[in-house]
Design a protein around this ligand. Structure first.
Ligand SMILES: [Zn+2]
Length: 100
C-alpha cells in the first residue's frame, strides 16, 4: 500500500542514494498544487534517502523536472525580446539563458 499525501504518491523502489548507497523512496507527484503550477517548474518525481544520517535527503533529477508551460513561454518571449534588443546593440547573445 502506498500512502497519498498532498497529491504525492510515496512508495519504495527508488534508485540507491548516490552518497550512502541506501535505497530511496519514490515521491510521485500525482496532482500538482496550484502553487506548484504557479512556480516556474516542479518535480513530477523525486527520491528521498531513507538513511536519517545521510546528508542527501532529496534527490531531484533534472529529467523529472516539469516546466510550467505558461512560465516557459513567458521566459522565451522575454529572451526573444532581449535577444532582439541586444541584436540592435551589436548582437550580444552570449551567456546562459535565464532558466539555466
Ligand atoms: Zn543517502
Amino acid at each position: 500500500m502506498s500512502k497519498k499525501k498532498q497529491g504525492l504518491d510515496v512508495h519504495a523502489g527508488g534508485p540507491r542514494c548516490f552518497r550512502c548507497g541506501k535505497w530511496t523512496m519514490v515521491y510521485e507527484r500525482v496532482s500538482p498544487t496550484p502553487k506548484m503550477l504557479a512556480a516556474p517548474f516542479y518535480y513530477r518525481r523525486f527520491f528521498r534517502c531513507v538513511n536519517k544520517q545521510c546528508k542527501t535527503t532529496l534527490i531531484m533529477p533534472d529529467e523529472f523536472r516539469v516546466w510550467n508551460q505558461d512560465y516557459r513561454a513567458q521566459v522565451e518571449r522575454e529572451v526573444e525580446q532581449m535577444v532582439g534588443e541586444s541584436e540592435q546593440l551589436g548582437g550580444y547573445t552570449d551567456g546562459p539563458p535565464p532558466w539555466a
